[in-house]
Design a protein around this ligand. Structure first.
Ligand SMILES: C[S@@+](CC[C@H](N)C(=O)[O-])C[C@H]1O[C@@H](n2cnc3c(N)ncnc32)[C@H](O)[C@@H]1O
Length: 460
C-alpha cells in the first residue's frame, strides 16, 4: 500500500481553522484530515500558522496571526504569560477553561474507561480565579551585578528578566520575594550560579496561610554559612510584621530539586498555621500542603458528601498525605485509618490530629498496596474507602485489595483524569458502579484538573 506523505512541510505558512483543543490547551486544526497542534489556538478561530514539526500522523505549528478571533479569547493579564511556562490558559475566558476541563474528564472517561451516560457535573470554579496560590518558589540569579528573581523562561533555566509579579500567587508572596531580594542585594549576598556551582542564594520560597495571613520565608542557600544572614533576618522582621517564621534550607547539591535535606530555623516559629473548614493545619517548610485552600475546601466537602457518613462508619483514607481528607472525614465517621508512604507526612498528620483534638483517626506509614492486604488479613472491613493517589493513579494490587474488601462506597479523588479512567474501569469490572463525577478547578489558568467521583458497590 502506498504511503501518503503529510500534506504540509516544515516551515510552510498555512491558514488553519481550529476545531478542537487538546488537554494541554493547544488548538487542533486539520489539513486534509492531518491534525496540527498549535499552542494558543482556540476552537472556532482561523489563523496564520507556521508549521514547525511534521510527524507521520500529526504535526505542530506556531500561531503567527489570528485572522478570525474566538469570543472566548481574552488578553492575558500577566506581562510574561507567553514567556513563562507556569500558566497555559490565560488567553482563554475562565468560562471556557471550566468547560474545557469538564470535557476533558468526559472524554477520557469514555475513551479510556468506556464509561459514559453518567453525570459529569460542571466544573466547580473560583469566583476570582487569580491570586489563589499560597506558596511560591522563585529562582534567584544576577544580571549586571544585581540580584534578580523570576520564573524560568519556558524549557530553559534562564530567568525571565521582566517578571514583576505572579498574578496567580497571593499578593503578599510577591511582595516578600521583592523584599528579600532587595535586602539581600543591598547586603551583597550573591546569587547561586548553577553553571559553576558558586554563589549562595538559590531560591526564595514564601508560604502564606490564606485564612491566618501568617507568612513563612524559606531562604534556600548553597552553603550553611552565609555572610550578613542575621542582618537580612533583622531587616525582614523589623519591616514586615506578617512574617512569623524565617527558615534557611541548605541545598549543596548540583540539582534541579529546590529543597535540600537540612533545614534550620533562623527566626520565629517553626510552623505557620492555616485552616481549611474547621480544621487547623500546622505547616512547616517541608510539609506538603494544598496550594489552593479555598478550592480544596470545596473538593473535600464534595468528597465528604459522596462518602455519605452517618457517624457509625469505618473509613480508610488511602494516599492520605498529611491527613487533610482524613481529618475532614473523622468529624463524621466512627474511625478513620490513613495510609501514606512518606514518613514525615504521617508525623504531620498525627500532629494535626492532635492540634484539632481528633482522636478517631489513626495513621500508618507504608505503601497503600502493601498495607491494604495486611489490613484485610487483620479483619478490617471499611464501609467507605477514600483514595487520593498521585498522578500515576492507584496500583493495580491496591485496586484489587479494595474490591476484595467490598466497601459500600469508594470516593476517588484524582489529579489525572486518564489514570482515573483506567482505574475506574478496573473497579467497574470488579462490581462497582461510577454514579457521578465532579471536576473541581484547583489550578485556574493552568491545564490541571482535579476530579472527585462517587462510586458504589452494585446491588448495594
Ligand atoms: C495527591 S497526594 C494526596 C495527599 C492528600 N490526600 C491531600 O489532599 O493533601 C498523593 C499522596 O500519595 C502519596 N503516595 C504516593 N505513592 C504512594 C503509595 N504507593 N502508597 C501510599 N501513599 C503514596 C504521596 O506521597 C502523596 O502524599
Amino acid at each position: 500500500m502506498a504511503k501518503t506523505a503529510p500534506p504540509v512541510k516544515k516551515n510552510e505558512m498555512i491558514e488553519l481553522t481550529f476545531e478542537d483543543i487538546t488537554h494541554e490547551g493547544a488548538g487542533v486544526g486539520k489539513v486534509n484530515g492531518y491534525p496540527l497542534f498549535v499552542p494558543y489556538g482556540l476552537p472556532g478561530e482561523k489563523a496564520k500558522v507556521k508549521v514547525i514539526n511534521v510527524k507521520k500522523n500529526f504535526g505542530f505549528g506556531r500561531l503567527i496571526e489570528t485572522l478570525h478571533e474566538s469570543e472566548e479569547r481574552v488578553d492575558p493579564p500577566c506581562n510574561v504569560y507567553y514567556k513563562c511556562g507556569g500558566c497555559q490558559l490565560q488567553h482563554m475566558s475562565y468560562k471556557m477553561q471550566l468547560e474545557m476541563k469538564r470535557n476533558q474528564v468526559k472524554n477520557v472517561l469514555k475513551k479510556i474507561g468506556h464509561i459514559e451516560g453518567i453525570p459529569v457535573h460542571e466544573t466547580i470554579g473560583m469566583e476570582d480565579p487569580w491570586r489563589y496560590r499560597n506558596k511560591v518558589q522563585i529562582p534567584v540569579g544576577s544580571r549586571n551585578g544585581e540580584l534578580i528573581t523570576g520564573f524560568y523562561r519556558k524549557r530553559s533555566h534562564e530567568i525571565i528578566e521582566d517578571m514583576e509579579r505572579c498574578i496567580i500567587t497571593e499578593e503578599i508572596n510577591d511582595r516578600m520575594i521583592d523584599a528579600v531580594r532587595e535586602i539581600a542585594d543591598r547586603l551583597g549576598i550573591s546569587a547561586y550560579d548553577e553553571n559553576n556551582h558558586r554563589g549562595i542564594l538559590r531560591h526564595i520560597m514564601v508560604r502564606t496561610g490564606q485564612i491566618t495571613q501568617e507568612t513563612m520565608i524559606v531562604i534556600i542557600t548553597r552553603k550553611e554559612k552565609v555572610p550578613e544572614l542575621n542582618k537580612l533576618v533583622d531587616e525582614i522582621t523589623k519591616t514586615y510584621p506578617e512574617v512569623k517564621s524565617i527558615v534557611q534550607n541548605i541545598n549543596s547539591e548540583r540539582t534541579n530539586v529546590i529543597l535540600g535535606k537540612k533545614t534550620k530555623l533562623l527566626w520565629g516559629n517553626e510552623y505557620i498555621y492555616d485552616q481549611i473548614g474547621d480544621i487547623r493545619f500546622a505547616i512547616s517548610a517541608k510539609s506538603f500542603y494544598q496550594v489552593n485552600p479555598l478550592q480544596t475546601k470545596k473538593l473535600y466537602e464534595k468528597a465528604l458528601e459522596y462518602a455519605n457518613l452517618t457517624g457509625s462508619e469505618t473509613v480508610i483514607d488511602a494516599y492520605c498525605g498529611i491527613g487533610t481528607i482524613s481529618l475532614f472525614l473523622a468529624q463524621k465517621a466512627k474511625k478513620v485509618y490513613g495510609v501514606e508512604v512518606v514518613p514525615e507526612a504521617i508525623s504531620d498528620a498525627k500532629a494535626n490530629a492532635k492540634l484539632n483534638g481528633i482522636e478517631n483517626a489513626e495513621f500508618f506509614v507504608g505503601q497503600a498496596e502493601k498495607i491494604m492486604p495486611w489490613w484485610k488479613a487483620q479483619g478490617l472491613n471499611p464501609d467507605v474507602i477514600v483514595v487520593d493517589p498521585p498522578r500515576k493513579g492507584c496500583d493495580e494490587i491496591f485496586l484489587h485489595a479494595m474490591i476484595e474488601m467490598q466497601p459500600k462506597r469508594i470516593v476517588y479523588v484524582s489529579c489525572n483524569p486518564s489514570t482515573l479512567a483506567r482505574d475506574l474501569r478496573i473497579l467497574e469490572d470488579g462490581g462497582y458502579e461510577t454514579k457521578e463525577v465532579q471536576p473541581v478547578d484547583m489550578f485556574p489558568q493552568t491545564t490541571h484538573v482535579e476530579t472527585v467521583c462517587n462510586i458504589e458497590l452494585k446491588g448495594n
